[in-house]
Design a protein around this ligand. Structure first.
Ligand SMILES: [Zn+2]
Length: 559
């Protein structure tokens, strides 16, 4: 956030006072030189601007905010050409910024994949039934891709033979909700040339094997999944998926999204979509790199594209898939598999840093987070340099105090998913220490220690794209079974809203233009159907909905 220090403030105040005197003495009472194109009056505007948190009215011109203040101030900016919206007491907030989601992938999953999410799919029998149903009308030999499974009553993932029972004649790939694990049937392994005792594990991934030495179908981390099959869609479909995804977001009050697992093809489609004028909201793109060579090549050729709504922002990579922990669960065979050997990981971070880009790292485990912080510090050479680049960590669910303090010191932004609490607590409780689970998504600690916090829904990994679900999780800390995790890590509604607006803006260097409603910033805002000032607990969010979402002063959604 830009802060005006006392001296500059006094200078500004002095100039304003001088101008006021001038205009009084000259008796200039003409209509304002710049009248508003759009004015909102008679509402409750939560600006997220610390120096003027509440206002009644707002004026917009040229896609930006001309003024925010009381009705009287804004009415002075209304001319005969101004479109006036009488808010009738309704609440307005800045547009919400989703700092971690995957728009094309979201559309791709929801429109093109077989959905196998719990609670409907919770046993091998329910899974087999859904897959057999999907195969029924498909020509033999055609790929079937299904995504969304989590845990099964059987207490383990199925193996290829159990998938063969349902789908013997189609190559079939099922993908875990997180995108980190998969299970393929025998036909898929054969088609990929991997039904072989000598099949080599890919970089960063692993094929689990049966007693016979053959891959048993279980695939660990996305390099293994992609080695079997990388679902492709053509450009037309990518555009269709993107438009569908954007539409879901703007309906829920999101005006800017960070896509941080973006393959170069998708990045191109986004650019094309923006140029065609059909992109309804803002997008920050972080192409994903799989290894050092790929990274070196990417940063060399990566264009610093910036359009009115879209910017190539940084480079994404992962340090872990399954959480890389200091104490890996003893029964889990893959708990020690990082995405890159540590020295190579550090070289990738250094390459991104040296090329002048922001590095954005998926890190779930406590050790993964420490590797990442260490790599940032090494690449930057000084705390200040690291802070300037604003490298980020995605997910970071576990609280480890020395890591949190170091995160704040290095100026690293953290993008959390409060939905981890609801959806992952039970799974984590089986594998990790109780205290780590109780304090997961430590928003109070992050805030107190001065860590820059952003929120992202992470669809399609998580099922809900709604920012209100993230905010609810941050306030209530409730698990799927209704237990409440350590309440001392909860934040208030206004704090959560701040994370989801200004905090997310900061994570992509957008705080000068986005995240709060202030003079000169982009006119991205949401009109809500209810008064948000009375929200104290998650339940108060029930029924809350945007009535309209605006980007650059234009309605991109109206109820
Ligand atoms: Zn993600």
């Amino acid at each position: 956030m830009t802060r005006i220090n006392r001296r500059t403030f006094m200078q500004h105040a002095g100039t304003a006072a001088a101008l006021a005197v001038l205009s009084r003495t000259n008796r200039v009472w003409a209509a304002p030189a710049e009248s508003a194109e759009l004015a909102l009056t008679g509402g409750a505007i939560l600006t997220m601007n610390e120096s003027e948190p509440n206002a009644d009215a707002m004026a917009v011109r040229g896609g930006r905010i001309l003024a925010v203040g009381n009705d009287e101030k804004i009415k002075a900016l209304i001319s005969k050409d101004t479109k006036v919206i009488d808010l009738g007491g309704k609440c307005v907030t800045p547009g919400l910024i989703d700092a971690h989601s995957h728009v094309i992938a979201f559309g791709h999953m929801e429109l093109k994949f077989v959905i196998i999410r719990p609670p409907k799919i919770n046993s091998f029998a329910t899974l087999q039934q859904a897959l057999a149903e999907a195969a029924k009308d498909k020509p033999k030999g055609e790929w079937i891709v299904a995504r969304g499974f989590d845990t099964f009553k059987e207490g383990r993932f199925p193996r290829r033979k159990e998938l063969d029972d349902a789908v013997p004649d189609h190559p079939l790939l099922t993908i875990h909700w997180s995108g980190q694990y998969g299970v393929a049937n025998t036909a898929a392994l054969k088609k990929a040339g991997l039904f072989d005792k000598n099949a080599k594990d890919p970089y960063g991934g692993k094929f689990m094997r049966g007693r016979d030495g053959l891959p048993d179908g279980v695939l660990i981390h996305y390099p293994a999944i992609y080695a079997v099959h990388q679902p492709e869609i053509d450009e037309q479909d990518q555009i269709e998926c993107a438009l569908w995804g954007f539409d879901q977001f703007v309906r829920d009050g999101v005006t800017c999204i960070h896509d941080n697992f973006c393959i170069p093809k998708h990045a191109k489609s986004y650019v094309r979509l923006e140029r065609s004028g059909r992109m309804p909201c803002r997008l920050r793109v972080y192409p994903y790199v799989v290894n050092l060579e790929h990274c070196q090549e990417l940063v060399k050729g990566m264009q610093r594209y910036e359009g009115p709504l879209l910017r190539m922002q940084g480079v994404k990579l992962a340090v872990d898939g399954y959480p890389l922990m200091y104490k890996p669960p003893p029964k889990n065979k893959v708990g020690e598999l990082p995405m890159h050997p540590q020295p190579l990981f550090e070289q990738i971070i250094a390459a991104i840093h040296q090329a002048g880009f922001q590095a954005d790292v998926h890190a779930v485990g406590d050790k993964g987070v420490d590797w990442t912080l260490g790599a940032f510090a090494k690449a930057a050479g000084s705390v200040g340099e690291c802070g300037k680049r604003r490298h980020r960590i995605e997910h970071y669910p576990f609280r480890k105090m020395d890591s949190v303090k170091r995160t704040a010191e290095l100026g690293v932004a953290v993008c959390v998913q409060p939905e981890y609490i609801r959806l992952k607590a039970a799974d984590f409780a089986e594998n990790f220490e109780r205290e780590l689970v109780e304090t997961m998504v430590p928003l109070r600690t992050f805030t107190k220690e001065g860590v820059h916090v952003a929120y992202g829904a992470d669809v399609p990994a998580f099922p809900s794209h709604s920012p209100l679900d993230s905010i609810r999780g941050a306030m209530d800390r409730k698990t799927e079974k209704g237990q409440t995790l350590d309440k001392s890590e909860a934040v208030s509604f206004m704090e959560a809203l701040r994370h989801h607006t200004l905090g997310s803006a900061y994570a992509a260097f957008d705080e000068k233009d986005l995240g709060s409603l202030e003079d000169g910033k982009c006119a991205d805002f949401v009109i809500w159907n209810r008064d948000l000032r009375k929200i104290n607990k998650g339940k108060d969010l029930d029924g809350l909905q945007p009535q309209a979402t605006y980007v650059s002063g234009k309605a991109v959604y109206e109820a």
